[in-house]
Design a protein around this ligand. Structure first.
Ligand SMILES: [Zn+2]
Length: 376
């Protein structure tokens, strides 16, 4: 009888060890341990055995049943782990592989990259970046910047009017200050970033150190003019500000952009909203300011001048402060007897053209990848 138990046990063990799936194991469990299986039946028949055999056969059959149950559990666990392993193997994703199809890595447009580079320079000098509206009132675009009523920049040939210049030149009210009548209805696409000068002063008390990047618009289109372009305005207002502070600030800017050996020079000029006004030149980085190259050829970049014109600037005209009403937000206000300031406006396109030798402004906007991919 005991041999019979051992036979059943070893046969079942061999089959369980060979089982290849959870389903096969379940079938083996039924075949060897189920109600009709031989081992349980044998166990049930122990009572009918002669007394001297009962204990030994019962113990062997019980042992065999426990052993098989344990073995079934173990084998099931092995199969589960093997299945998980093969699933992980077949489902493996290598996240380091490039996407399919591989996508080219994008880059910033040269103008965006240049604007950010310039912003970083001025942030490093203690300026804050602010932005303003591109659709602007005539008040902020011209009047508050001290432009006379007859200033040529106001002409529709030089400025995009959004709303028609209804009141301009009609003399609706005798003696009305320029732009005061109908000013609210006169909207333009801003021709420079300078309108933000008065807007910022209206909402912030001095001392004020801001740069204002943004798009501006003028009805021009040729190799050196596009109807839309980008400027970065600078405005500093504080006590004891002089033209020397302007020059020092722009020298730091010029050296950061064009190299440590650069110098700047200021030439007298005129802008309605700065007094004195200057054009700012940077010594040419292409010829080290000599005007000619090492081989004796005239420098093509500065055309032999040794200097490159980069921007317009000046001390804020005291008249401009008169357009900044004192309010709670900007108290104590901008008293020209107490504060002075300087301002500049630079063209982002021009800086990038000089720095990268770009011959035609329109290249920026044609979106030809052969051009754009050379930068950044
Ligand atoms: Zn040069």
């Amino acid at each position: 009888m005991i041999e019979r138990v051992e036979q059943l046990r070893s046969k079942a063990e061999a089959e369980i060890a060979a089982a290849g799936s959870a389903e096969a194991l379940q079938e083996l469990r039924v075949r060897h341990l189920g109600r009709r299986a031989q081992l349980p039946q044998l166990l049930r028949g122990v009572a009918e055995l002669p007394a001297e055999q009962r204990a030994a056969v019962g113990a062997a059959a019980n042992q065999a049943r426990h052993a098989l149950e344990e073995m079934l559990e173990r084998r099931a666990a092995e199969l589960r782990s093997a299945e998980l392993g093969s699933l992980l193997e077949s489902d493996r994703v290598d996240v380091t592989l490039p996407g399919a199809p591989p996508q080219p890595i994008g880059r910033l447009h040269l103008l965006t990259a240049t604007r950010r580079e310039l912003e970083d320079i001025f942030l490093g000098l203690g300026f804050t970046v602010v932005e303003g509206p591109e659709v602007e009132t005539v008040h902020y675009n011209f009047d508050a910047l001290n432009h006379s009523p007859t200033h040529p920049a106001r002409a529709p040939s030089d400025t995009f009017y959004v709303a028609p210049p209804a009141a301009a030149g009609r003399g609706e009210e005798d003696g009305a200050s320029p732009g005061a009548s109908g000013a609210a209805s006169e909207l333009v696409l801003r021709t420079h970033t300078s309108p933000m000068q008065v807007r910022v002063m209206e909402s912030h008390p001095p001392p004020l150190y801001v740069v204002i990047p943004g798009r501006v618009y003028r009805p021009d289109s040729d190799a050196t003019h596009t109807p839309q372009f980008h400027q970065i305005e600078g405005l500093a207002v504080d006590e004891d500000i002089t033209l020397a502070d302007l020059k020092g600030t722009l020298l730091a800017f010029a050296r950061a952009v064009f190299g440590d050996a650069r110098e700047v020079r200021l030439r007298p000029h005129f802008f309605p909203f700065t007094e004195p006004s200057v054009e700012v030149d940077v010594s040419c980085f292409n010829c080290e300011g000599r005007g000619f190259r090492a081989d004796g050829a005239r420098c093509h970049l500065c055309k032999g001048e040794g200097w490159l014109e980069v921007l317009g600037a000046g001390e804020v005209d005291p008249n401009v402060y008169a357009y900044v009403p004192t309010s709670e937000r900007n108290a104590p206000g901008y008293d020209p007897e107490r504060v002075q300031g300087f301002a500049w406006g630079l063209g982002v396109e021009r800086i990038a053209m000089l720095k990268h030798g770009i011959p035609d402004l329109r290249l920026y906007y044609e979106n030809d990848l052969r051009f754009l991919e050379q930068f950044g």
